[in-house]
Design a protein around this ligand. Sequence first.
Ligand code: BGC
Length: 736
Amino acid sequence: MLIPKSTKFVEENYNIEEEASTASLFTTGNGYIGVRGSFEEYGSLRIQGAYIRGVIDEVIDVVEPFADNEYMKKYYFDEEKLKDFEYTESIINNVDFLLIRISVNNETFYPWEGKILAWERYVDMTTAKLTRKVRWENSKGDITDFEFERFASFECDHIYCIKVKITPINHSEKITIMSGIDTRSKTTGQKVIQPISHEAWENKVFVRSKMGNKYGFETGVTTVTNLSGVNCEWSGEKDSGLIYSYTEFESKKANEYVVEKNIYIASSREETVDKPVILDANYNSYFEKHIAEYKKLYDRVNIEIEGDDAADSGIRFANYHTLISASRHDSIHSIAAKGLTGEMYKNFVWWDCEVYQLPFFIHTCPEAAKMALMYRHRTLEQAKINAKEDGHNGAKYAFNSSVTGDEQVHSYIRHPFHQIHINADVAWGIINYVTVTGDTEFLREYGFEILAELCKYWESRVEFTDGRYEIKYVTGTDEHHPYVNNDAYTNYLVKFVLEKTSEYSKELGYEYDFTDISEKLYLPMTENGLIPQFDGYFDLSRTLEVAGGTSAKTRQMKVSGLYHKSQVIKQPDVMLIYSYLNMKPADSNYALNWDYYEQMCESSSSLSYAPHAICSADNERMLSAYNYLMESTYMDVKDIHNCTWQGVHSGCLAGAWYSVFRGIAGIVCRDNHIEINPHIIPWWKNVKFNFMYKGSKISISISSHTYNIISDRDVKIVFQGKEQFVDRNKNITLSF
Ligand code: BGC
């Protein structure tokens, strides 16, 4: 397991069994490319993944054998629809450009050959750089030190750089180096990419490939490798799929030799890729430019916690992952459920994006949030087609969305055609973005158009029954209960979206008015303030044993078929209303609802932990808030759901940041003020972070019962219910 050490997460031993999950965790990226933490010497052989945002094509859907019982067939798979979808879209794994193989005295360095005498691998969150230090002894007793480092540039999306220092410790043997590209990569085990041309000349390699047949994007990758510490000649070579530059030299004991490999990666979706692009500056100059840009963002997202090293490092690592999952420049695709760290979920965009991932970006890096929403605008025309196909007006977003925005049915998706809450989630993302950033230009140019189409959909989707509007036959956020009427999360959010869109409509001078529906939309609640998750929910069994229990966490798909009779839920639905949506429905009883649903939630979706942390904090249950926060933070480092190898849980990791911001620091940004209801983790001496509100930076520092705010604009706050003014650049300290 990786060990948190301040700003680093460290692997202290080579562990072949954990290779695949550490590959996800040690992903380096910049939002355009994501490169899994596989080893330079492997090539495409094992856990390799090099993904470019939006470079998606068709693969054969690999169905794991979990559709093997009647329940799964009946409730989870729309078999008729699946029959037509044996192909699915997926992000395509690019050629492996990490490839660097080093031999000492004719033996190639691989971690499982010879002896590893020392091993340390870590990602440093302050630099977004991955480092590996190895002392290796080959079978002849020659000991060599290797220090690898690599990063994806935050200054230029297309640049990826690697450096390797080689030091012979007890020998002066021949060292050979091959550095280039392995073209044999596979996507979900399938050979998809087709090489178009490749060249290797001296220290340079260029490979152009076609990334599939449906969209047929091409990629061009150029590598330039240099060696310092010795004069050498490079020759270009090709050997069964490996295209590389090769050199050899007689080493001298204790001398240091440095390999620098600078890589340019592009795809035909943004530029022509028919010619090599040679990067002729040195590694350090690319690193300096990268770090200048990265530091600015790091400062915006970083949370510093004094008095709790595990939380401090863990949240930083979660933030690192969230930061590398989104693009600040490109709306061709949006933020996927696994970021760019693996092929699971094929890199589709889910509701996770607007509800779980966007809060992080909206408050720290609004330019990335805007790109994600621009992607929804790019796919609006397709969303209108989706709605029409369903027999409704307006627009309906795909629950699983690829580059075009049509519904991507694949084996890991649960009832996508019924999870229409996506249409309220997208609207929520827009409203949340506009509220926090004040970007009314975006609202006017793009956001309102989407909101109006979404509301037209709801207008045609609601049913008028007994004097009220209802929303029937949906799957809420809890996938254990498909096909329900009046799902609480959906209804409460739709009402809010209809109201807010009507309000914006007036402000912008449009004539849309959805208030008749919003006023009469049924909001489920019992007399004592409990909110039923859907009609008839409380009639289901509260005690029935459903298959799985805790083991459901590891394979929630393997169920016996009893969830539809049980109140056990997979993930929060009602509790999202209070936590992520920041609503406190009148006459409801927050604590009563939280007590009820906490017990019924099996948390077999990682999307449970952050809302649970917030609900616990709001109800002053700080130990439980802390535990949920740590589960959200360490979800992948501890591999809590046993599937980190498939890619990290990006929505959950983004939730670690939000749990501190919204849960502990108690911040909710409203249109004209900021609400603050702080809580305290008793052993945290201090927690410090910055966030953005309406284009200004606000810095927060909380130490036991004192709350310090400094803002670079005048801002109104409501602190524990009391209105206060924070003047520009004037430090204010409040007690709580
Ligand atoms: C959850 C969904 C989520 C998806 C992707 C599923 O297990 O139930 O709510 O959107 O994973 O993270």
